[in-house]
Design a protein around this ligand. Structure first.
Ligand code: SF4
Length: 222
């Protein structure tokens, strides 16, 4: 059972081992917004290459993207994969924001529920991307669930498969509602998932969470 104490303990174990993760990379809210869309179905290394290309072309803000040439945008973000689809979506979303709000910061000023609904209504923005934007760009207390979160939570607490919102509710019911905590806890999940709780073969022996992990207790890391 992922109780308050247990989730608090999990966070402490991860934070003590990994330190504060200081996410999300991006100098402006526009950059965070753009990278949250580019990171879909690709690694962060590829997003960084695409972001560098956008920087070189002065396309790291919503307004510039909305008025950019689609082919130029496609070429710039090619390293992030699915570049034609992502370029079209980025341009459409940017144009929509510019024409309706004038700037991204105006749109992000809405309350969390309204903003989440609006983001989810946009083509190419699903729950994980919407929540990344809400948490990291708009600084709203919305927890981001990703594949790392689901894998780690299900192994540590022996949970059945569950949907996005169900997992989000489970995590947030066990920790204080706080932007900085949500931000860092999500980053800790990503770090644990990349370094130890790997998809095919978890590296349990040196994992900082093994003392509270049901999977480890069952398998002893074998
Ligand atoms: S002990 Fe193993 S299964 Fe449990 S969280 Fe760590 S790596 Fe994952």
């Amino acid at each position: 059972m992922a109780s308050d104490r247990s989730l608090g303990r999990l966070y402490c174990l991860l934070r003590n081992r990994f330190g504060f993760q200081d996410w999300w990379p991006g100098e402006t809210t526009d950059e965070i917004f753009i990278s949250a869309i580019l990171t879909q179905n690709t690694s962060w290394v590829n997003v960084e290459k695409a972001m560098l290309n956008l920087r070189r072309r002065h396309l790291l803000d919503i307004s510039s993207i909305s008025s950019s040439n689609l082919r130029t945008l496609e070429t710039a973000i090619k390293p992030s994969g699915f570049y034609k689809q992502k370029a079209r979506r980025l341009k459409n979303i940017s144009s929509y924001i510019c024409s309706k709000y004038g700037s991204l910061s105006k749109m992000l000023g809405a309350d969390a529920d309204t903003l989440r609904r609006e983001l989810l209504s946009m083509d190419g923005i699903g729950p994980e991307t919407a929540d990344c934007i809400l948490l990291y760009a708009a600084e709203k207390p919305i927890f981001v669930v990703d594949a790392y979160t689901c894998r780690i939570m299900s192994r540590i607490y022996n949970l059945p498969e569950m949907g996005y919102e169900e997992m989000q509710e489970l995590v947030t019911s066990g920790i204080t509602k706080n932007v900085e905590l949500y931000n860092d806890f999500h980053a800790q999940f990503v770090k644990l998932g990349k370094d130890y709780c790997k998809k095919n073969k978890p590296l349990c022996k040196n994992c900082p969470a093994k003392q509270i992990c049901i999977y480890y207790k069952k398998t002893k890391g074998n």
